[in-house]
Design a protein around this ligand. Sequence first.
Ligand SMILES: Cc1cc2nc3c(=O)[nH]c(=O)nc-3n(C[C@H](O)[C@H](O)[C@H](O)COP(=O)(O)OP(=O)(O)OC[C@H]3O[C@@H](n4cnc5c(N)ncnc54)[C@H](O)[C@@H]3O)c2cc1C
Length: 449
Amino acid sequence: MPTLITPLSGWGRYPVQFCELERPERYADLRPDADSVIARGQGRSYGDAALNENGRVLLTERVNRLLEFDMVNGILRAEAGTTLAEILDVIVPVGWFLPVTPGTKFVSLGGCVAADVHGKNHHHEGSFGDHVLSMELILADGSRVACSPSEKAVLFWATVGGMGLTGIIGEVTFKLIPIQSALMKVHHHAAVDLEQLFRLMQDPDLDDRYTVAWIDSLATGKKLGRGIAMCGHHAVAEDVPDNFHGDIKPAHSHSVPFDFPAWVLNPLSISAFNSRYYKREAGRRYPFLSNHDSYFYPLDAIAHWNRMYGKRGFVQYQCVIPDATSFEGIRKLLEELSNSRRPSFLAVLKRLGLQGRGLLSFPMAGYTLALDLPIHDKGLFVLLNELDRIVLQHGGRVYLAKDARLSAESFRAMYPRYAEWLAIKNAVDPQNRFSSSLSRRLGIGGYPA
Ligand SMILES: Cc1cc2nc3c(=O)[nH]c(=O)nc-3n(C[C@H](O)[C@H](O)[C@H](O)COP(=O)(O)OP(=O)(O)OC[C@H]3O[C@@H](n4cnc5c(N)ncnc54)[C@H](O)[C@@H]3O)c2cc1C
């Protein structure tokens, strides 16, 4: 199969590395035909999870057929390169929705399983892997095996959240959830500081199927952690007023046509944006209807928005802190960030439910904070090491799907089930054929635990 050697990056555009690309056209061509290979979906992981410097990257985008849709029971089987956007186009008009969705629909099914992605409903419904009924995996020796929570369960849970390192996920069968409408009923609640924001997010009277909070990452002092909790659910008949007969269109699509100069996003411009946004959203006191696209995927309306961070790219730092220490841990992280005067354009807080069953899955019961930080200079990496220290001190971990710079030592301390995972990896891939830039950086696989 022809290959092409080219510079490649994840969504954060850092790091950029030379990789050898292969793009199979058909399912039958999905094979690990190189000494070092990693599958790639839509490249929406931020760092180096879907990179393989000087090794092979298998692009799965053409392997994207919907294979079976049971419209009565809401069960879908599709090839792993199929995107959530392609699936939504088919399922929403007939009253079904994804059980779990990340904040972009331009991701592949394989990427959702390999990162065991979570959504705004994790505290109620778990992560993507919890809804997978079975999958077909292509192993290092080229054999194809079916696995599920009841068949080869050990391999299944090593693959869910396993970052593509146990094999190529070929096809996935998973459960959908029924919806009555494509609209969302949304209610915003403003918080003047972090304490109030935590109270809002823990309040059972305000809780909804989906909950997420935007934080003003540049607010300091008494306003530290001020934000907006956004709660919502799929609208049912009584949520829609009698006189409402139309549809609510998603936001217009825009595109960022070129790399922004580094100075465009600075503490002043972001602080001004955040103040305006806080004021506007805090003023929305009553529940309102929203298009599901605008609610779940606001950033998808701006194509190539990652160019806003300039040529050097950016890092998304996402961590989770367990419930018992979450308030203290998140407060310290925000303080450290605000003292650094490094602007995070986006700061998002979510509640997570039970620990994922995947051995390397990210979620654990607690709160997850995600920050988008432009790379202006090396000082950013010093700050991020400090954030790692705070996360470790509070018993938390960093999300591998967003990571580009964690150390191997911190990884081991954050993922206590690694040794268990490694035993399975060594059994199915003794030569460590499935490896990526992320796995080598973090010493995952191919080394004793
Ligand atoms: C705007 C935005 C919002 C996001 N929001 C969230 C969120 O809310 N929650 C969340 O959990 N994540 C979120 N993410 C991260 C994203 O969901 C994950 O990184 C996801 O894995 C990306 O899917 P992908 O198809 O682009 O995979 P890639 O980035 O191409 O790959 C990611 C990992 O999956 C592996 N992989 C991909 N396909 C296969 C396959 N067929 N077989 C084996 N391994 C495979 C790769 O080897 C790699 O390790 C967000 C990303 C963006 C850009």
